[in-house]
Write a new protein. Structure first.
Length: 352
């Protein structure tokens, strides 16, 4: 049963509530406005700017009821912030002696926009008739009848719908697709906790690389599975206090590392880093020598081609012919890695 009527009224016909739960009680409207300005500050300016650009949110109707003191005026029961923003846009000079910074901002917004100060409101018979709807909007979920706010994961899903991508949501989808974690297991850990444990310092432990997205090298998938499943197991159902700061995050990773390997997380990361460096150095030696030999052979072919056009052809001297060392003196092999250069110089001194 509808207990209100929709009506279009001027902003000047609306009085701010003296008993707004956001603020202490006031004796009259001007005092209520001062308290709202002091409470909201620049937030009012952001709200006013959005209203000036887009208008009032049609999904959130302002609720009013007739004033007992002033005929033809209405007291705002729901929407006092929005009405305050509109009143200040309609008359920025109210702020001139209260907050000069806000006065300048509101004046600029007002001058740069055409704002409709006749707005749609839901008019109730009295304040009591509004009580149920105010509670629905402001007292939480109330077992389902109240507003259910989006959590951080739901906000991320919405952002992905708009932008087409969200780094963490994409990562979750990939883990589910690859059977690393089920959707239920992923949802058992809050998005905030995932964001905290995926800090750059600990990504090497999880074998996660990151540029625009999170990705794992195929050779590291199995290690990643073991460690990510351990992360999920230890964070499932836990609140943000479990990994709230750097010390707790470090303790969390050490717990997992000791469970899996009997050593601290830092010790494991350092060992794996040394292994990577060692393998990289070995690969650099092999790759560099192969590239150098290939380059030398190309030069030989090029020289032979040039000499074939001459009347007199000289046979190119084989650098290894008669050489008494493993690497001929004129056979230039050098690397950007100083350690590799030391090894090369040592080899150059070995005699055949």
């Amino acid at each position: 049963m509808q207990d209100y009527e929709m009506k279009k009224v001027s902003i000047n016909s609306l009085l701010l509530s003296n008993n707004n739960p956001r603020l202490d009680a006031s004796f009259e409207e001007y005092e209520a406005m001062l308290k709202m300005i002091g409470n909201q500050k620049d937030k009012l300016c952001v709200l006013a700017s959005d209203i000036a650009e887009h208008g009032l949110n049609p999904l959130e109707i302002i609720g009013v009821y007739p004033s007992d003191l002033y005929d033809g005026l209405y007291v705002v029961g729901e929407g006092n912030r929005r009405v305050t923003a509109l009143k200040l846009l309609n008359n920025p000079s109210i702020l001139q002696d209260i907050n000069h910074s806000l006065f300048s901002k509101f004046k600029k917004i007002s001058n740069n926009n055409i704002v409709d100060f006749n707005i749609d409101v839901a008019v109730f018979k009295n304040e009591k008739e509004m009580q149920h709807w105010i509670e629905i909007r402001h007292k939480g979920e109330q077992k389902g009848k109240g507003l259910s706010k989006w959590d951080s994961l739901q906000k991320a899903r919405y952002n992905k719908r708009l932008s087409g991508s969200d780094i963490l949501i994409d990562f979750f989808d990939w883990m589910e697709k690859e059977n690393i974690l089920t959707r239920a297991e992923i949802n058992s850990v809050t998005k905030t906790n995932f964001e905290r444990i995926l800090r750059p310092h600990y990504l090497p432990f999880l074998k996660i690389n990151r540029n625009k997205n999170y990705w794992i090298s195929p050779s590291d998938i199995e290690i990643f599975k073991v460690r990510m499943r351990a992360v999920q197991k230890n964070l499932s159902g836990k609140n943000v206090g479990e990994v709230y700061d750097n010390a707790k995050i470090a303790s969390f990773y050490d717990k997992i590392s000791f469970e899996l390997y009997g050593e601290s997380c830092e010790a494991i990361m350092n060992k794996e880093l040394e292994d990577i460096k060692s393998n990289k150095n070995d690969n650099e030696v092999t790759t560099f020598v192969e590239e150098t030999i290939f380059s030398t052979e190309e030069n030989d072919l090029e020289n032979q081609s040039q000499k074939s056009n001459k009347t007199r052809r000289n046979k190119k001297k084989d650098l290894f012919e008669g050489c008494q060392t493993i690497i001929p003196y004129k056979y230039n092999i050098r690397s950007s890695n100083m350690r590799i250069n030391q090894i090369i110089r040592r080899i150059e001194s070995f005699r055949c």
